[in-house]
Design a protein around this ligand. Structure first.
Ligand SMILES: O=C(O)CCC(=O)C(=O)O
Length: 200
């Protein structure tokens, strides 16, 4: 199911069942992207797949309150301290979704070959039914959602606009996987920030 044209508005829930995915556009100024690229201390992480160590196909950075350590894909992330713009973005998002966050994962997709495979953000340190808020800046990429068990539900495809906010709530991470697909189109960079709350 493709939903690209639907999205110049606030959508309360784009999922047919088992969780909530809210979409809001426009939400925030799009010109933060250059500053985010410059001010973030990006890392090139590696993962082990089929016994081989490979580069993660994007750059990442983990920021947060002291102690907000996060382990995903076998990578242990100690938080870097918030910088001012990131903290301001966190406050705007907290106000909009009426919740609070203590950490953020930043992903930098340098071009169309950078991507993220199917996964859900269901690590134990996030607790159950955690709220995750996702800000997108730059190129529009295909964000796809697939139900983990109900094969009768079509894959949902949205293209979050630069300056949009997605809020994932309720049981969504338990029932849905999501990914950012590769593209062969010549496109510019994209930065995504997911604000999270780690149990301290
Ligand atoms: O880049 C995106 O929009 C998705 C990010 C994501 O899935 C994640 O950080 O877990």
């Amino acid at each position: 199911m493709e939903l690209p044209g639907l999205l110049d508005q606030h959508e309360e829930n784009l999922l047919p069942k088992d969780g909530i995915l809210e979409y809001t556009y426009p939400f925030i100024r799009t010109d933060h992207i250059d500053e985010l690229i410059e001010l973030t201390d990006w890392e090139q992480d590696h993962i082990q797949m089929f016994g081989k160590v490979t580069k993660l196909p994007r750059l990442t950075a983990w920021y947060g309150d002291p102690g907000a350590t996060y382990i995903y894909s076998g990578i242990k992330n100690e938080p870097k301290p918030w910088y001012s713009l990131l903290n301001e973005l966190k406050k705007s998002v907290e106000q909009q979704c009426n919740c609070d966050f203590n950490s953020a994962l930043l992903n930098y997709y340098r071009d169309g070959s950078d991507h993220m495979g199917w996964h859900s953000d269901d690590e134990s340190e996030l607790g159950s039914n955690s709220v995750i808020a996702s800000l997108s800046f730059g190129a529009e990429r295909r964000f796809q959602l697939k139900h983990k068990t109900d094969k009768g539900i079509e894959v949902i495809t949205i293209e979050p606009k630069s300056g949009s906010l997605i809020v994932m709530r309720d049981v969504m991470q338990k029932f849905w996987n999501h990914k950012i697909s590769k593209t062969s189109k010549a496109i510019g960079p994209r930065v995504n920030i997911t604000f999270r709350k780690i149990s301290l």
